[in-house]
Design a protein around this ligand. Sequence first.
Ligand SMILES: NC(=O)c1ccc[n+]([C@@H]2O[C@H](COP(=O)([O-])OP(=O)(O)OC[C@H]3O[C@@H](n4cnc5c(N)ncnc54)[C@H](O)[C@@H]3O)[C@@H](O)[C@H]2O)c1
Length: 327
Amino acid sequence: MNTETLLLTRGEVESLIQMKDAIEVMKKVFAQHQEGRTKSYPRVHIPFDQYNGSIGYMEAAVDSLESSVSKIASLYHENPKKGLPRIIAIITLNRINDGLPVAIMDGNFLTMLRTGAVGALAAEYLSKKDSETVGIIGAGVQGRGQLWGITEVRNIKKVKVYDVSIESSRKFAKEASKFGVEAETVDTPEGVKNCDIVAAATPAKLPIVTRKVVSEGTHVTSVGVGAGLGKKEVDYMLIKESKTIVDDLEVAKADSLSEAFKTGVLTDSDIYGTLGELVCGSKKGRTGDEITIFVSAGMAIQDVAVASVVYQNAVKRNVGRKFNFFA
Ligand SMILES: NC(=O)c1ccc[n+]([C@@H]2O[C@H](COP(=O)([O-])OP(=O)(O)OC[C@H]3O[C@@H](n4cnc5c(N)ncnc54)[C@H](O)[C@@H]3O)[C@@H](O)[C@H]2O)c1
């Protein structure tokens, strides 16, 4: 019996999966999540305030992929000063029939990819089919992933970029050409008004995405709402008044939107549905000129989806180093 574990670097992971593969597998996994064929657990954050950091643990399994994942992602704000990445994520992929850790791989690129892929799915079901303009708020790693995902599902011609750091906006705008879009930096969040799609990806502790930033018919994806970490980039009242979907209602109530639910600002009836319901067709996506919002808390089933594709391709193409823990 082969008891080897495949070790995969970031460069190898990047060579083994594309955004379109991630979107395809994500659609299947969210459909299965909707049908109760996944196992998903609340994420755990261990804070290390003395080091201005925390380590997060995310676990899930997907029956059809016969795999489970444990992702360890640390967030240390002082790391860049030491020449270390601010976020360090590692994914362990286990085979569920015997528990063997079949692969351990870099998780930074995959986190961006899988978060971009759910943004793409939300855009596919909720944005206008003829969407041509995207507004990015937060020109960092996830902002790039969102633009990449959206350009896979809509024929985007122009992106407007807003970031508190003008340097970051400019860098993002320069890189946007690789997605075949024209880019413009804007000086305020309101600068993205009238964009067909707005994607927000910031750690902002005060709402930036308000009614002033969106127009009738705009679709918004937000990946930076995390009440446990105090992140609130979208105005709760906008969420209440819009057609809002989440990745999973229980996860949203316990995680991304927990504060709004605890204080009663939001109740179950303010959430239109889930990504799984859109994918399965039990809830309709866009029907007219409504404002739609997808609030992504981020789930480890997304990591199972992309890590499984990476592992299967690595085996097929003989990529990675084999390591035997039992030697
Ligand atoms: N939902 C998910 O699955 C998921 C996954 C990964 C990361 N995230 C979250 O996405 C967010 C972005 O993460 P990242 O890895 O891209 O970080 P990053 O540091 O690479 O980028 C964040 C960007 O936001 C900008 N920013 C900060 N405050 C802002 C504000 N008020 N207005 C405009 N821009 C602002 C920063 O200057 C930076 O350029 C974080 O909140 C992170 O926790 C969510």
